[in-house]
Design a protein around this ligand. Structure first.
Ligand code: ZN
Length: 303
C-alpha cells in the first residue's frame, strides 16, 4: 500500500529507496496513511527488534503484535505525533478499533480472515455477496474494515459465525495490526486498494454477530429497515427518524409500544431497528434503550 500512495513522507523515500528499506520505512508510511484516512494509530512491537517492545511483563513470543503503549488511551490521529513515535524506533503501527468513528456515528469492525477468501466463503454459504471494502493483507489472510451501527455494541465475539468462519472479528475494545507492519514471518501488511474505503457492514453479518441480546432474553436482530423489515416496523422506524429534538423520546416511546404489541401478536420484533433509528435521530443510546425497555414493560412484553 505504502508503495502505491502518492502522499509524501518525511522519509522522502523514492520508490526505489522505499523498496530497499521497506522494513524501516514502511511502519511510518503505514501509520501516516492510517491517520490521514481517519484511523487512530498506536505503536506495537516490531519483529526486527531484539526484544519485544510490548508493555506486558512476560512475552508469549508472538512478536510484532504486542502494544507498546496503553492503546485504548494512547492512540493518535495526529501526523506530528506519528512522526515522533515512528521515527524514534522501529514499531509496527496498529489501529485502535474502538477509538475509530465512521460516518453517521458508525463504529469500526474488522473481519480478520485466517486465509484469503474465508469471509467470502461464509457470505456465499448464506447466499450473500461480500461487499468490496477496505482490505489489508496479513501474513495468513486479510483484514476487512467495515462500518457498523454503534448501537449494536459489537465486541470480539463471532456470534452465529462461531464454527463457520476461519477467523476473528474485532470491534470495540480491540486493535488490529495495521498496514506497513512487518509480520514475524517476514510478510508486510499491505492495503489492497488505497482508494477503497470501508463499506457499511452487511445486515446479515451484523445479525450473525449480535448474539448477546441488546434486550434479554430475546435476541435483538438488526435488519436493513428499508429492505427487510415488515411494513409496520418500517413505519415505526420512519416515525422515530422523523423526530425533532424535544419530542424524540416521546415518539420513540410511542413507537416502542406499537412494536411491543406487534411482537406480542407474533409479528416481527422491531426493537433493534428502533434503537438504531433513535440513535440516528440523535438520542443518547442508553436513554433510548431505557425508553424502549420501559415501553415494553408497559405493554407487558418481555423486555
Ligand atoms: Zn511481546
Amino acid at each position: 500500500m505504502t508503495r502505491n500512495t502518492n502522499a509524501p513522507t518525511e522519509a522522502g523515500a523514492s520508490r526505489g529507496r522505499l523498496e530497499t528499506t521497506t522494513a524501516s520505512v514502511a511502519p511510518l508510511d503505514g501509520a501516516l496513511w492510517l491517520v490521514r484516512h481517519g484511523f487512530p494509530v498506536f505503536p506495537c512491537d516490531h519483529p526486527a527488534l531484539t526484544r519485544c517492545a510490548g508493555l506486558h511483563k512476560t512475552c508469549d513470543g508472538s512478536r510484532g503484535k504486542h502494544p507498546a503503549v496503553a492503546f485504548t488511551r494512547a492512540w493518535t490521529l495526529d501526523e506530528r505525533r506519528v512522526h515522533e513515535t515512528f521515527a524514534r524506533g522501529l514499531r509496527n503501527p496498529a489501529v485502535a478499533v474502538g477509538a475509530c468513528s465512521g460516518p453517521d456515528g458508525t463504529r469500526l469492525v474488522v473481519v480478520d480472515s485466517d486465509r484469503p477468501g474465508a469471509i467470502e466463503d461464509v457470505a456465499s454459504a448464506r447466499g450473500e455477496q461480500w461487499p468490496a471494502t477496505m482490505r489489508v493483507w496479513t501474513a495468513k489472510g486479510h483484514h476487512d474494515y467495515l462500518w457498523a451501527p454503534a448501537a449494536l455494541k459489537l465486541g470480539n465475539g463471532l456470534g452465529a459465525l462461531q464454527g463457520q468462519f476461519e477467523g476473528d472479528v474485532r470491534a470495540g475494545n480491540a486493535y488490529v495490526i495495521g498496514p506497513g507492519s512487518l509480520h514475524a514471518s517476514g510478510v508486510l501488511y499491505e492495503v489492497d486498494d488505497p482508494g477503497r474505503p470501508p463499506a457499511l457492514a452487511p445486515p446479515w453479518l451484523l445479525d450473525a454477530l449480535v448474539t448477546k441480546p441488546t434486550f434479554a432474553p430475546q435476541r435483538a436482530r438488526w435488519r436493513d429497515a428499508s429492505r427487510q423489515a415488515s411494513r409496520s416496523a418500517r413505519g415505526l422506524v420512519a416515525f422515530v427518524l422523523d423526530s425533532r429534538p424535544g419530542d424524540r423520546n416521546n415518539r420513540l416511546f410511542w413507537a416502542a409500544c406499537r412494536a411491543a404489541e406487534d411482537a406480542q401478536d407474533g409479528r416481527e420484533d422491531a426493537r433493534g431497528e428502533l434503537l438504531a433509528a433513535a440513535v440516528q435521530a440523535g438520542l443518547d443510546e442508553r436513554e433510548a434503550l431505557a425508553t424502549i425497555r420501559s415501553a415494553y414493560q408497559r405493554t407487558g412484553a418481555t423486555a
